[in-house]
Design a protein around this ligand. Structure first.
Ligand code: UT7
Length: 327
């Protein structure tokens, strides 16, 4: 006999990218770098940068509108907005409340989650917990970033890697059977280890220095942690969901570096045909990268209803995790 359980099912996705596209060659006008280095080391060919005055909430609102349209829902159908970002408009209030107002949503509650590049996985997991506990039925989960605002333009080891953008999904409570054939989130797996906080961080902050600061990264160190931790988290989340790597139809990884993506897939014995790759066009958009990739994959047909999907990410903290879901 199978029990009836609540599942958080994806009802809509959307994304928004700022108009300005910056090709790798642009960096050669002021840095000792090349298109060849950036492409071969990271897989990145271009990225989008927000216009002057265009903020994280602007990108997030556009992505959210897309997800609402895709789901056929109105803003007041939503109970909760969770926005994953490390580049908020302001120190406070939460960027999520700015998006709430922009959407014209006058009920429910909205808050931000900060887990850097793992932010969207953390936000999805929190949305799932709110839905399973009955505190919300429909949650708008957004990842939105303007990382161009925290770049050190003199540091060629970091500024060529990041981009701006936003993606959004809408989750809705739906009755399932409690088996892995249900649509919706099947399992989540989150971790952090603050001992590694210095290998990827921003040099400033409200309490420490009353300044915004710039991104700093020990790239090789982060790379080393990434492949091992992402593969472990993916295996654990699939196990928790009651499925195996062989059951996976589609992997939607955080888009930091094609070499991390492909080595993780290789470690898991997952063919690259099953992996969604957008890093060449978006760069690393931190918390926005997974919902952006989800929206692109849905539009291209790379992911469709009924597919078993696993999504994984790692970033500053270190913070990392994975979510297994049936689309
Ligand atoms: O999303 C959050 C998580 N972040 C990540 O997952 C990023 C993880 N790390 C990475 O993706 C890679 O480590 C990088 C793409 C950042 C760097 O790739 P790498 O293969 O680890 O290169 P490296 O740092 O070992 O640098 C190799 C060389 C160095 O020169 P020397 O010391 O060998 O003479 C760098 O100075 O490449 C040099 N270099 C560059 N050369 C041209 C570093 N950046 C550049 C550049 N253009 N932009």
């Amino acid at each position: 006999m199978t029990a009836s359980v609540t599942r958080a099912v994806i009802r809509g996705v959307g994304h928004y990218l700022p108009e300005r596209v910056v090709e790798n060659d642009w960096f050669t006008t002021f840095l000792d770098t090349s298109d060849e280095w950036i492409k071969s080391r990271s897989g990145i060919e271009r990225r989008h940068f927000a216009a002057e005055g265009q903020t994280t909430s602007d990108l997030a609102t556009r992505a959210a509108e897309g997800a609402l349209a895709d789901a056929g829902m109105q803003p007041d159908d939503i109970d909760t907005i969770i926005l994953a970002t490390s580049t908020p408009d302001l120190t406070f209030p939460a960027t999520a409340t700015i998006v709430q107002e922009r959407l014209g949503m006058t009920r429910g509650f909205a808050f931000d989650v900060q887990a850097v590049c793992a932010g969207f996985v953390y936000a999805l997991s929190n949305a799932n917990a709110l839905i399973l506990s009955g505190q919300a039925r429909r949650v708008l989960v957004i990842g939105a970033e303007t990382f161009s605002r925290i770049m050190n333009w003199e540091d060629r080891t970091t500024c060529v890697l990041f981009g701006d953008g936003a993606g959004a999904v809408i989750l809705e409570a739906t009755e399932g059977t409690g088996t892995a054939s249900d649509r919706g989130i099947l399992a989540t797996d989150l971790h952090s280890d603050g001992r590694h906080r210095d290998i990827l961080k921003v040099s400033g902050g409200v309490s420490a220095s009353q300044s915004t600061g710039h991104l700093m990264m020990a790239g090789k160190e982060v790379f080393r942690h990434a492949v091992e931790k992402l593969a472990r988290s993916t295996i654990d989340v699939l196990d928790r969901a009651g499925v195996t790597v062989g059951d996976v139809d589609c992997v939607i990884p955080h888009q930091a570096n094609i070499r991390i993506i492909s080595r993780t897939a290789q470690k898991l014995d997952l063919p690259m045909e099953k992996v969604v790759v957008t890093v060449q066009d978006h760069g690393n958009t931190s918390a926005a990268s997974i919902p952006l990739a989800m929206s692109v994959a849905k539009a291209s047909g790379q992911v469709s209803e009924g597919d078993l999907v696993v999504t994984e990410a790692i970033g500053g903290g270190l913070a990392w995790g994975a979510v297994a879901l049936r689309w």
